[in-house]
Design a protein around this ligand. Structure first.
Ligand code: SAH
Length: 346
């Protein structure tokens, strides 16, 4: 079977065969890799159209109690100065996002057990009341069912919780004392509560095989998420994985492209991580499946401290500058900026 036939086969399959995905992940000839990207771009165009949606990101706290071994926020990093934005700072950032005509706010934080959920719920309610046409996405890590419910009742529309890897054994090694089953159960809770739900993986993790990546893609199809994020591992110097090589970019893009082909219509970001690996590879991501990008509206001092990996892009750039830059980037690949909330197509 040639590459095109194989791509057609995984595209049409209810569940693509693992062997096919592994064979595609193994491709190393430039023209074959290009075929994969082009097929993904075609699927993106057919299902998602040419709009690239902006999601305004607010990284409101870097406190974290978890042990994710790749992440610079993990509890073991005692060198990191911790912060939590005040209500006033959060509302100011939300206003800037709205003024920039962006209709999704993404709240992300470390997973802090000190977070006063009622305090946060009130902030969400204030924002939803003030801006009735805005969607709110949360990325706060694992919470109890009751907390998810409170957040949903406050008007949060979407929730991102990456499985990181679908290999439970590998998950447990990379996340000491954490529970893969609860992470997956959380995703089920979120769906049950009516959140548009997002998940995804990291490519280039220590100990991860091509079979693991194929299984990740198959599981992302199986759960039919509204949003799927595929991002590269970037070594953080203050973690136990500081000595591990950063992800191989073509492999990340292949996983992104194959995920688009197989899952068809979730929203998929060109992640900031892909924009932070020397060159801005978000452009390449837009050409092989991605249709979302997340300009950062955290203040410069907070952006620097929200260091999940080092050398995050545009760290010194003042809030609000991203938007024009991203518009230019979208246009350079023949796309337009999406208007409105850009809800799930599921
Ligand atoms: N506390 C939240 C948000 C975590 S940060 C949660 O647990 O869901 C968002 C994502 O950043 C993570 O899900 C992970 O996929 C990614 N990430 C963290 N550190 C990273 C690193 N060093 N390299 C690549 N991705 C990383």
């Amino acid at each position: 079977m040639d590459i095109k036939e194989m791509l057609q086969k995984i595209y049409e399959a209810d569940f693509p065969a693992k062997v096919d995905l592994i064979a595609l992940l193994k491709t190393d000839k430039d023209e074959d890799i290009e075929e994969i990207y082009q097929f993904a771009d075609m699927v993106r165009k057919e299902y998602m159209g040419d709009a690239i949606y902006l999601r305004g990101l607010i990284e409101f706290s870097n406190y974290c109690q978890k042990t994710c071994s790749y992440c610079g926020l993990n509890i073991g990093n005692k060198k990191l100065k911790r912060y939590r934005m005040s209500e006033t700072e959060i509302l100011k950032a939300a206003e800037l996002i709205y003024q920039d005509n962006i209709r999704t706010i993404v709240f992300q934080s470390g997973e802090e057990n000190l977070l006063d959920i009622d305090w946060f719920v009130n902030i969400l309610k204030t924002i939803k009341k003030k801006y009735s046409d805005i969607a709110i996405t949360l990325s706060l890590g694992e919470k109890s069912f009751l907390d998810y419910q409170k957040l949903r009742d406050a008007g949060a529309d979407r929730y991102l919780l990456k499985m990181e890897t679908y290999n439970k054994k590998l998950y447990q090694i990379l996340h000491p004392h954490m529970d893969f089953d609860y992470r997956m159960k959380s995703l089920a809770y979120l769906k049950e509560l009516g959140f548009q739900t997002g998940s995804g993986n990291i490519v280039g993790l220590k100990g991860q095989t091509l079979e693991d990546l194929a299984n990740d893609i198959i599981s992302l199809k199986k759960y039919s998420y509204d949003m799927v994020s595929v991002s590269p591992f970037i070594a953080h110097p203050e973690t136990s994985l500081s000595h591990i090589r950063n992800a191989d970019v073509p492999m990340v893009l292949k996983v992104l492209a194959l995920t688009r082909i197989v899952t068809r219509n979730p929203h998929m970001p060109a992640t900031t991580a892909l924009g932070s690996m020397g060159k801005d590879y978000r452009i390449d991501a837009f050409k092989c499946g991605a249709n979302i990008v997340m300009p950062n509206y955290s203040a410069v001092e907070h952006k620097k401290l929200y260091e999940i990996y080092p050398n995050k892009r545009c760290l010194d750039e003042n809030v609000g500058l991203c938007k024009n830059c991203l518009k230019g980037m979208a246009e350079s690949v023949g796309r337009v900026i999406g208007q409105g909330r850009g809800d799930s197509l599921k």
